[in-house]
Design a protein around this ligand. Structure first.
Ligand code: UN1
Length: 510
């Protein structure tokens, strides 16, 4: 199948492709070449309003369908994602610069999520609990919340939209979705897939655009839950706003300053491999990417030598070339941020071990001179020093090696010394150390003898501390998009109350 953007690239609202109210358009750019991939309508408040009105109208009928009937539309998408795996994986790689195996994995993760959500239509959806009164049945039922607003990032432009939308829809909610402005083409393809399923008008709506369109979704009273995955700055703003509105919910998943603890009982090959994957895959642009490698002093020199060798050599280049390990950064503005942190490392006087901020011209593939290129940046830092570079999220291939002395307690103390708490890993052959890390590391996603990336969708995905609240992803999203009704039914004659509460009604004459 060809990778051509189908025209026209519009918003999808109330079962129709629409131009929208504004005259403004924006471009999607290939970060590996600088070429334009197409033009998209920039959504306005009026477009969001139209989409929300459609979603609101469609809710009653959609929520009245059975779970399995709603899931049928998702099964169509599941098959479509599989059928268009190669094509859509290529579009992901072109639009967000991830190397091709990652582009395809993004699509694979999307169909995993769709499969989970659609199959869940046949699973139990509540709890039957014992009542303390023999004649009563007590149980918990789920109900959809209504209109769900979804705001998704560019780094998983196919998987994360389905994290947000697949469960929401099967549970009986309707959605208004704004894809990231860097990856509107992926948004367009997903909307085409929904349109082809024949899902009832207004159940799924997509408005392309920037943060102002996202804000219009967040601020609207018709939205019952906002699901957001992206930067900590925006996520905290959304949580703050929505938190002040009774009855409205926000589930946000934000960044991290993720660490890997490598103890003196680690297998060296596993340690180096895990650290390289965690730091450089996706050019460090996963919210679970690692920027802090905490290594025991007894094995530090050997680890450093091997890690630095790979960081010097790792293949940066065309994401569509299967030999590439790291593609470009997403955009120039982001490169400025990452470069700024690389410079800050010098200002903070750490020992820089690898600096490939500017690639050698010979490394840049032909036709890719305008790509947003960067290579690994690795430095050695004192874990006890109060440095910005070792505490602030960079979201790039910018990695601190932090040697520690002492036991696992010390390593975990260093690990936890950030405001974030998303993902982390321990590399050790000693199960006591692994268990200590398991019980004390302040993170939502923990790994043993593995990289700290690559979570599967049937697990919860989310962080603690500044990294998140509400798990807007994978299976746990169900909590953010459903209400729970506690239902008690009396099967006995007469009324009996729990907690010893008297059911007698006394009168003046008693
Ligand atoms: C993200 O980092 O922004 O765990 C999402 C992973 C992927 C999802 C990452 N399944 O690496």
């Amino acid at each position: 199948m060809s990778q051509q953007l189908s025209e026209p690239s519009q918003h999808y609202v109330d079962g129709e492709w629409i131009d929208g109210d504004g005259a403004e358009t924006f471009e999607s750019t290939n970060p590996a070449t600088g070429e334009s991939l197409g033009e998209f309508q920039r959504g306005t408040d009026a477009d969001v309003d139209r989409a929300l009105a459609a979603a609101d109208d469609a809710f009653e009928e959609w929520s009245g369908l059975s779970y399995t009937d709603r899931a049928e539309y998702l099964w169509d998408i599941y098959h479509e994602l599989k059928e268009r795996h190669e094509e859509l994986g290529g579009i992901v790689s072109k639009e967000c610069g991830k190397e091709i195996s990652e582009g395809k994995a993004d699509v694979n993760e999307a169909w995993d999520m769709v499969e989970w959500a659609a199959a869940d239509a046949r699973h139990p959806h509540g709890d039957v609990v014992p009542s303390e009164i023999a004649g009563k049945d007590a149980y918990m039922r789920r109900q959809p919340r209504g209109v769900i607003g979804c705001i998704t990032p560019w780094n998983f432009p196919v998987a994360i939209p389905f994290w947000h939308m697949a469960v929401s829809l099967v549970e009986g909610n309707t959605v208004v979705w704004k894809p990231a402005e860097q990856t509107p083409w992926c948004g367009q393809v997903i909307a085409e897939m929904f349109a082809e399923t024949g899902i009832p008008d207004g159940v799924f709506n997509m408005v392309q655009g920037y943060g102002d369109a996202g804000e219009a979704i967040v601020d609207d009273d018709r939205v019952q839950t906002v699901l957001f995955t992206g930067s900590a700055e925006v996520g905290h703003e959304i949580s703050g706003k929505v938190g002040g509105e009774a009855g409205k919910l926000a589930a946000c998943e934000m960044g991290g300053k993720n660490g890997i603890v490598i103890t003196d009982e680690a297998d060296m090959e596993t340690a180096v491999h895990s650290a390289v994957m965690s730091s450089f895959k996706t050019t460090g642009q996963r919210c679970v990417s690692s920027e802090r490698i905490i290594v025991h002093e007894d094995i530090y020199d050997e680890f450093k030598e091997q890690f630095v060798d790979i960081a010097e050599d790792v293949a940066v280049g065309d994401p569509l070339d299967e030999n590439t390990f790291m593609g470009p950064l997403i955009e120039d503005e982001h490169k400025e941020k990452v470069t700024g942190y690389n410079e800050l490392a010098y200002d903070e006087d750490v020992d820089v071990l690898v600096d490939r901020t500017e690639l050698d011209e010979s490394e840049i593939p032909e036709g890719h001179e305008d790509g947003v290129w960067i290579g690994p940046f690795v430095y050695e830092a004192d874990p006890d020093a109060d440095l910005r570079v070792t505490h602030e999220e960079v979201f790039g291939p910018h990695v601190a090696l932090m040697p520690y002395s002492g036991d696992i307690e010390k390593a975990v103390e260093i690990h936890n010394d950030t405001e974030y708490g998303l993902a982390g890993a321990i590399i050790s052959e000693n199960y006591h150390e692994i268990n200590y890390f398991r019980d004390n590391a302040e993170i939502g996603l923990a790994y043993g003898n593995l990289p700290c990336i690559g979570a599967e969708i049937q697990l919860p995905f989310g962080g603690v501390k500044k990294s998140g609240n509400g798990y807007p992803s994978a299976r746990e999203i169900i909590e953010a998009v459903t209400e729970r009704t506690a239902w008690t039914l009396n099967n006995a004659e007469g009324i009996q109350m729990a907690q010893g509460l008297s059911a007698d009604i006394t009168t003046k004459d008693d």
